[in-house]
Every structure is written in structure tokens, then in C-alpha cells.
Design a binder for this molecule. Sequence first.
Ligand SMILES: NC(=O)c1ccc[n+]([C@@H]2O[C@H](COP(=O)([O-])OP(=O)(O)OC[C@H]3O[C@@H](n4cnc5c(N)ncnc54)[C@H](OP(=O)(O)O)[C@@H]3O)[C@@H](O)[C@H]2O)c1
Length: 283
Amino acid sequence: MIAITGANGNLGKATLFFLLKAANPSDLVAVVRDPSKMNELSSSGIQIRQGDYENVSSMEEAFDGCDTIMQVSSAVYGEQADRQEKNVVNAAVNSDVKRIVYVSTLNPGKEKLFRAAVTCGATENAIADAGLQYSFFRNSMYMETIPLFVSNALADGKIYYPAGEGRISYASRIDIAEALAGELLRKRSGNEMFHITGAEAAGFDTVAALLKSEKGLDGEYTNIPDDAFAEVLLDLGMSEEEINFYISMAQSIKANEFAGVHDDLEKLLGRKRKSLKEFIREL
Ligand SMILES: NC(=O)c1ccc[n+]([C@@H]2O[C@H](COP(=O)([O-])OP(=O)(O)OC[C@H]3O[C@@H](n4cnc5c(N)ncnc54)[C@H](OP(=O)(O)O)[C@@H]3O)[C@@H](O)[C@H]2O)c1
């Protein structure tokens, strides 16, 4: 059986839909904090189990009888994220899990600027150290996050963000979900590490230019200081930890930690991946 954590989230749910096209539903387990969030799939035949990353025994019970799991990275910040992800690995070790397909980030490691990259690096190490078989999906940014970066730009085309000339090799979350489903169903004997990116890396000036050419907006990117960005986040009611997280993300982009371009996604899909231009045209 295959278990998907974060199964009601964007990536988890999309992966489940691809799995449902190819697998027997009774072989699939959706692990969620709140099973009522899976009501739309309650008659699909998949098993819906409760599990919270904060509670190791709930995750162990959720993984019961599952030999393969997809571990969706934590949705919180800092040390809480480190602890939650370690909990999921420990639960896998203590249950029937043999193989983890882990949703990581493009450049994980404790020396990276992006705070989530520190968490992902530690989790990759924990999985490898535990002797579990693994496939790591080192994902670049999802295209679907662009509206979050540039929310005002969708109205007037003006992007204000502190990423300098940093570029991002955006990949479509739907393409990633399809590739994850394929990987979960593949019989592998060894470990794999995939660098999941788009076919090109684009700066925010390119995103602004695409908003102009594809959407007819008066696209323009302005690089703002970190402090000004932090003030905007403070006005949105974010905690200091959240603000530090988002500043670390911008600094990471500026340092081109998300700029790498690799072919792994197309190889896994066996077709071309979605382009940034197509995505922005459809926004
Ligand atoms: N590469 C990128 O551009 C990018 C962008 C955004 C996020 N991410 C990372 O990729 C992951 C998946 O992305 P997504 O778009 O699918 O995010 P998402 O829609 O926010 O989904 C996150 C999932 O994790 C679950 N979750 C959160 N805390 C949990 C806990 N304590 N125990 C069990 N489940 C918990 C959520 O459940 P609830 O509904 O109960 O909260 C949700 O199902 C994110 O969690 C984040 O680490 C990457």
C-alpha cells in the first residue's frame, strides 16, 4: 500500500488523483490531520486515515501496512518544521515503511539561505541515515506560487519584491504531482535523487515582461530592500518567524538557489513540461 501525507493539500491531492488513474484505490492511503477535509474522496475507495506530524504514534498508525509513503514537507517554519519532519521519518522507521518518496527543495542543506532548505537537508539526511530506501524530489518553486509573489501584479502588472536579479526555474505543481505518482508506482530497487525544475530560469523582470506580453498588463519589476518587504509582511499580521522565513526565501532566490535547470522532470513525465509562458497565459 502507498500512503500520501498532506493528502488534502495542493500537491498531495493532485498526486492522489494521478494515482487513482493507475492504482487500485484500496491500495492507497490518504493521511490527513482532519479526515473531514477529504470528504470529496470519501467514496473513491481510498483509505482515509488521521495523522498529525506533531504526533508520532498517529503517523505510525496511519502508515500501518504501507510499504511506500510520499512525505510532503512541513507547512510550518523553523525548528517546528525540523521536528515535524523528523517525526514523520521516525514513524516510517517504526512502522512497515520500506521506501519514502520525499518532497524536498531544489538546494537543500544547512548552509543554504532558505530556511526550509535547512529543514529539507536535515530530513534527507535522516531518511538516508535510517536506511530507508528513498527517492528525493528536489523541487524548484511551483509556478502556482507566482500569484502569491506578485499578487498586486495580477491587477496592475507592477511587482515589488526583494529578489534582485535572482532567477527561478519554476515547475508546474501538476506536472510534479504526475511525476510523483509515477515514481510511487515504479518498482525501484535503489535510491534516486531528482532535480525537479522548469526548462528555463526566469527573473521577476521576465515574469513582468510575460505579464505584459501574455496578459496585456503594464508589467514592471522593482527590486525593494528586505526591510521594506518585512514591513509589508508585518502589516499582513505575520509573526517574526514567518517574516524571517519569507525574507530567507527572497534572499535565497536572489542568490540563485532556485535557478538550476535540469531535465529530470521531463524524463520522469516522458513528455515536455509546462512552460512559464503557458502558465502566465492561463492565469
Ligand atoms: N516549491 C514550492 O514552490 C513550494 C511552495 C509552497 C509550499 N511548498 C512545500 O511543499 C509542500 C506541499 O505544497 P502544497 O502546495 O501541497 O502545500 P499545502 O497545500 O499547504 O499542503 C500542505 C499539506 O500539509 C498538511 N499538513 C500541515 N501540517 C501538518 C501536520 N502537522 N500534520 C499533518 N499534515 C500537515 C496540510 O494539512 P492541513 O490542511 O491540515 O493543514 C496540507 O495537507 C508544503 O507543505 C511546503 O513544505 C513548496
